[in-house]
Unconditional design. Structure first.
Ligand code: KG4
Ligand code: ZN
Length: 343
């Protein structure tokens, strides 16, 4: 049994966790920065990086104390090395390197997306490779065939905004505040999905995503003054769900050998998204796996778990490993027009 210290700092959550290779999360400490970013309506990279500097070390100390272990008992240190806001990534990765060096432990540089991609295997011991993964977060919207640790085939990506980004931008337009996803979901519960909004790329042969046009349509619907914020929120959420479903159906035809449909990333916390995907999986004779909500949004347990999976596969990294603002999970994936323009 291996014990891994996981560190996460790639966006606006600072977190440290102690995770074992037999799927126990012995400790998880997380500090969000929502209050610091709220006045700006979005994450300010410089503010995020400074906050990581202040809270990461105390969080690690607290997590070790919670788990009742010392650094000497840890087998490896796993830190997010990208992709993400580079200032924050550097704080976590340098901290991981310093601890690894001081304690004489191996370092594991984890791709944040791999953390999300493998997180369902932490919560579900029966989830075997390969599986079709819909990875929907604030920065990414991808369909991946997860073939094994370090083996990811990207079947689709977004040509403009990520799904979570669309939630966040629409929330801002509708005056629902930050972070947008949960606020839109709460408003949608009170509304009726009757505002006509587009379903970008629905029906197109490649399973890629697009959400920029949907956000613009939300701006226009709001400006028209005809609909309530709740009705627009409900209609927007329905449009996102329709797009995710249509694109996932398209990718299913290419996910050879997959026995499960898996959703991960912050948008996987959305109840309407989860329900729709669960129904789709059932209709296709696939298992449906979605991690618990706390494991969907950014956290360090998923980084510790990805570290445990990599450690078991003998994948550790040298102390000069780079921090990467951009880091595709599938280096062989073809460039898609319009895709990857955002951090
Ligand atoms: O995975 P995550 O915590 O961070 C990234 O790696 O991006 O995802 C954050 C994203 C944000 O865009 C947030 O608005 C969205 O996930 N999100 C949601 C919900 N909870 C978080 N979107 C829709 N419904 C939710 N309940
Ligand atoms: Zn994330």
């Amino acid at each position: 049994m291996a014990l891994i210290l996981g560190l996460e700092s790639s966006c606006d959550e600072t977190a440290a966790a102690l995770v074992t290779s037999d799927r126990q999360v012995l400790a998880h400490r997380l500090a969000g920065q929502e209050a610091a970013h709220r006045p700006f309506g979005g994450v300010v990279p410089e503010i995020a990086a400074r906050a990581h500097v202040e809270v990461l070390a105390p969080l690690i100390e607290a997590a070790l104390a919670d788990a009742g272990v010392t650094l000497a008992e840890v087998d490896a240190i796993a830190a997010t090395a990208g992709p993400g806001l580079i200032g924050g990534v550097m704080v976590g990765l340098v901290t991981g390197k310093a601890l690894a060096h001081a304690a004489g432990k191996p370092l594991i540089a984890v791709n944040h997306l791999e953390g999300h991609a493998l997180s369902p295997r932490l919560s579900d011991p029966d989830l075997d490779f390969p599986y079709l993964l819909l990875l929907v977060s604030g920065g990414h919207c991808q369909l991946l065939l997860v073939e094994g640790v370090n083996r990811y085939r990207r079947l689709a990506t977004t040509i403009d905004d990520a799904a979570g980004e669309a939630f966040d931008k629409s929330a801002k337009v509708l005056g629902l505040g930050f972070p947008g996803g949960p606020a839109v979901e709460a408003a949608a519960r009170l509304g009726r999905p009757m505002v006509p909004l587009p379903r970008p790329l629905k029906g197109s042969p490649e399973p890629h995503f697009s959400f920029a046009g949907l956000k613009s349509a939300v701006v226009r619907a709001h400006a028209a003054g005809t609909w309530s914020v709740e009705d627009i929120a409900a209609s927007f959420q329905q449009a996102v769900v329709d797009c995710l479903l249509d694109r996932t159906v398209r990718a299913l035809g290419r996910a050879h050998g997959a026995t499960a449909l898996v959703v991960a990333g912050g948008v996987a916390a959305n109840g309407a998204v989860r329900t729709a995907l669960a129904d789709l999986a059932a209709a296709n004779g696939l298992r449906f796996v979605a991690p618990p909500l706390w494991l969907c949004t950014d956290n360090a347990a998923m980084i510790g778990w990805a570290g445990a999976e990599r450690f078991a596969a003998g994948l550790t990294d040298p102390l000069d490993v780079a921090a990467r603002p951009r880091w595709p999970l599938d280096p062989g994936a073809e460039a898609v027009r319009g895709a990857g323009v955002k951090a």
